[in-house]
Ligand binder design. Structure first.
Ligand SMILES: [Zn+2]
Ligand SMILES: [Zn+2]
Length: 49
């Protein structure tokens, strides 16, 4: 299964999926963005570490 990373927008097979703490929308993060601790921004405006 391939998903699009919410942070970098790339398609990835190696991802973590979790709900946004604010709106519950599913966020997807690829391994790369986890490793470099890239910030993610949800559609609702929430920014995470
Ligand atoms: Zn990414
Ligand atoms: Zn959100």
């Amino acid at each position: 299964m391939v998903k699009r990373c919410s942070t970098c927008g790339k398609l990835t097979k190696d991802f973590a999926e979790f709900p946004c703490p604010t709106c519950g929308e599913k966020l997807v993060r690829c391994k790369h963005c986890r490793e470099i601790r890239n910030k993610y921004v949800c559609a609702c405006g929430f920014e995470g570490p």
